[in-house]
Design a binder for this molecule. Structure first.
Ligand SMILES: [Zn+2]
Ligand SMILES: [Zn+2]
Length: 337
């Protein structure tokens, strides 16, 4: 396929700095959108010419998780991803005879890519490429955590810890379903300003530790939130999310911690307050259903995804884009290919 836009997402940084060890050398990038140019033998859909958003989590339809109607937990895709190949375990990439591995089945930091047909989700022809690309990971991960994993209802209280691309998508998702209040939490005043501009009702600056920050969230929410969406992957922030909940509330853990990270929680409050911890991967989403639905909301002006984009760069400037994201000031950096 011919890629037309890609997005840099935090997992790409985790792969670069080793938080998430991957097979190397690899072409990174797991947010992309473009046009199908050619299909392999036996592939009927998508037809050449179809505009698609790439999903990095194709479901096999046969494994235990798929049969339990949890396609976002499909084991087959994770195994293939870890091997650095496509779904058959082999790579389509090489340089001077040396194998180059795929990242997340996609390797979207490219102008062309060979991807599994099951990763291609058709979209309307008139959606801006860079908006479409973001729906392939950050937007779906953030909005899905609110809509699918948590199932937030109007008037429920939501806090979002970490206002990067995923967290800010969670803010937009919470605002879209009339959660109230929507409390943004971050270390950066600029990001908190941006969250307020996108509809968050309160901003809480990270106070340096879980307890103090949780107190500020409890105060802002009038006694605790129903859902605290954690999008940083830091155990201290996850603990803060938990401490910010009221009775029956849940910390929704989206951010990816280091593999050896552990989480300490006040155990008594779990039975006594029915507090919960929910894990959320890929927004518990079903890409074939949810990508077009999210893009339809964008097209009607009800989910202003384009406002998440703080930098547009050519593909050649991908390293600069990674630095921008790592610097902490950018929300979403998109690549035009
Ligand atoms: Zn991502
Ligand atoms: Zn499966």
């Amino acid at each position: 396929m011919r890629l037309r836009a890609g997005g840099i997402c935090h997992s790409d940084l985790n792969a670069i700095d080793g938080t998430d060890p991957i097979r190397v050398p690899a072409v990174l990038g797991h947010e992309g959108a473009g046009v199908v140019e050619e299909t392999g033998p036996g592939v009927v859909l998508p037809a050449p010419g179809t505009h698609v958003v790439l999903s990095w989590l194709p479901a096999c339809g046969r494994c235990d998780a798929c049969l339990r109607d949890l396609p976002h937990l499909c084991a087959a895709a994770w195994d293939a991803m870890a091997a650095g190949g496509l779904l058959d375990g082999t790579s389509r990439l090489s340089r001077a005879g040396e194998t180059i591995y795929h990242y997340s089945l996609l390797s979207a930091f490219a102008d062309h890519a060979v991807v599994p047909a099951a990763c291609c989700v058709p979209i309307p022809d008139d959606v801006p490429w860079e908006v479409a690309a973001m729906v392939g990971c950050a937007v779906t991960t953030g909005t899905g955590a609110v809509w699918r994993t948590a199932g937030v209802r109007p008037g429920e209280r939501v806090a979002v810890l970490g206002c990067g691309g995923v967290g800010m998508s969670a803010v937009l998702g919470a605002v879209a379903v009339a959660a109230d209040p929507v409390i943004a939490v971050d270390v950066s005043d600029d990001k908190l300003e941006a969250a307020l501009a996108l509809g968050a009702t309160h901003a809480v600056r990270w106070a340096g530790d879980a307890e103090t920050t949780a107190e500020a969230i409890l105060a802002a929410s009038g006694g605790g939130v129903d859902y605290a969406i954690e999008a940083t992957g830091r155990p201290e922030a996850a603990r803060c999310a938990f401490l910010s909940t009221r009775a029956r509330g849940a910390a929704v853990l989206v951010g990816i911690p280091r593999a050896d990270a552990e989480l300490q929680l006040p155990a008594l409050s779990i039975p006594r307050m029915e507090r919960r911890v929910l894990g959320s991967v890929y927004g518990s989403a079903r890409p074939e259903r949810d990508f077009p639905a999210v893009l339809a909301l964008y097209r009607r002006g009800r989910l202003p995804l384009d406002r998440l984009i703080t930098a547009r760069l050519p593909l050649e400037a991908v390293a600069e884009g990674v630095d921008l994201l790592r610097g902490g000031a950018a929300l979403k950096v998109v690549l035009e290919t």
